[in-house]
Design a protein around this ligand. Structure first.
Ligand code: MG
Ligand code: MG
Length: 274
C-alpha cells in the first residue's frame, strides 16, 4: 500500500533529504586518489549526526556502515574499506539519513581524478536518465512510465539496465511501496497519487545488465566487471507534478561545477515561470 504524506510531512522529508544532499556535498572535495572509502564513511557519519540525524543505512538489515560505497564495477551496496581510491576510478556513494522519523536516501557517482571518456559518458547518460524518469512521475502516469523512460533512454545508448535492484517509496521506512524499477512498460503498474514520495535510482551498466554478488552478502557488481553508475533523487508528487526533495547542488558548489540540470528540470516540469 502506498503511504502518502501530508504537506508538513513532506517538509520534514525535505529536511532529511537535504541532510543527505549536504553530506554528499561535504564529501565531494575529499574524493581524490588516496582517500579510503572507510575514511569518507566516518566523515559522513559524523556530519549526519552533527545535523541531528541518524545515518539511515547503519545497522539497517545489519549493514555495517553509514554509506554504501561502490567503486567501478560495483553497482550498489559496497561496504567501505581501507583500500585507497585510485586515479580514474568512479565511486558510487549512496547515503541515508533519518530525522524526525523520516528517511532521506540518495546517491551520486563521483569521478576520482580523470576518468576514461566512455565512463564519463556512462555517468552523464545515467544522470540524464534520472531526470528523464522523474519527469514521468506525475498524476495520470503509472510506475511503468518512469521505468520505461529510464530504460529507453539508457538502452538506446547501448547500456545495460540492472533489473534486480529498484527504486522505492520513501517515508518513515526506507523502503515503502511502490517498487520503482528502472525498466518497464508504458501505462503499466501502480498509479501515482498525490502526496506520495519515491526514491528514483537508475543503476546503469557500461556492459551487460547482468550482476553478481560478492561472498560478503552485500556487494553487487557487474557480471562482466565493467563499470556501473548510480544516481538517485528523492521526489514528492505535489500538485500533480514531481518535486525534487534532494539536490546535487551542494556537490556542484563544492566542486566548482556549473550545472543547470535542476533548473532545466524545473522549467520543463513547471513551465518558464521558475
Ligand atoms: Mg539510496
Ligand atoms: Mg534508494
Amino acid at each position: 500500500m502506498i503511504i502518502t504524506k501530508n504537506p508538513e510531512e513532506i517538509e520534514l522529508m525535505r529536511e532529511s533529504a537535504l541532510i543527505v544532499s549536504k553530506t554528499l556535498g561535504m564529501l565531494a572535495p575529499h574524493i581524490k586518489p588516496g582517500v579510503t572509502t572507510l575514511e569518507l564513511d566516518k566523515m559522513a557519519e559524523e556530519f549526519i549526526r552533527d545535523h541531528g540525524a541518524e545515518p539511515g543505512f547503519l545497522g539497517m538489515y545489519d549493514f555495517p556502515n553509514s554509506l554504501c560505497m561502490s567503486p567501478n564495477a560495483q553497482v550498489v551496496h559496497g561496504i567501505p574499506n581501507d583500500k585507497p581510491l585510485e586515479e580514474g576510478d568512479i565511486i558510487s556513494i549512496d547515503c541515508g539519513a533519518l530525522k524526525n522519523g523520516f528517511y532521506g536516501d540518495h546517491a551520486y557517482t563521483f569521478e576520482v581524478g580523470e576518468v576514461k571518456a566512455e565512463v564519463k559518458d556512462l555517468l552523464k547518460a545515467t544522470k540524464e536518465s534520472l531526470y528523464v524518469g522523474i519527469r514521468e512521475f506525475k498524476i495520470g502516469n503509472r510506475v511503468g512510465d518512469v521505468g520505461y523512460a529510464i530504460q529507453k533512454y539508457t538502452e538506446d545508448r547501448g547500456y545495460g539496465v540492472v533489473r534486480e535492484l529498484v527504486g522505492h517509496g520513501l517515508g518513515a521506512k526506507m523502503h515503502e511501496d511502490p517498487e520503482m524499477p528502472n525498466y518497464g512498460k508504458r501505462g503499466r503498474g501502480k498509479k501515482f497519487i498525490e502526496g506520495m514520495v519515491v526514491a528514483i535510482e537508475p543503476m546503469i551498466n557500461l556492459g551487460t545488465r547482468r550482476i553478481k554478488q560478492l561472498p560478503d552478502g552485500w556487494t553487487i557488481l557487474t557480471a562482466d566487471n565493467k563499470p556501473s553508475a548510480h544516481f538517485e533523487h528523492d521526489v514528492a508528487l505535489i500538485d500533480g507534478k514531481p518535486q525534487l526533495l534532494s539536490t546535487f547542488g551542494y556537490i556542484y558548489e563544492a566542486l566548482g561545477i556549473v550545472s543547470e540540470e535542476e533548473d532545466e528540470f524545473k522549467a520543463q516540469v513547471y513551465g518558464k515561470e521558475i
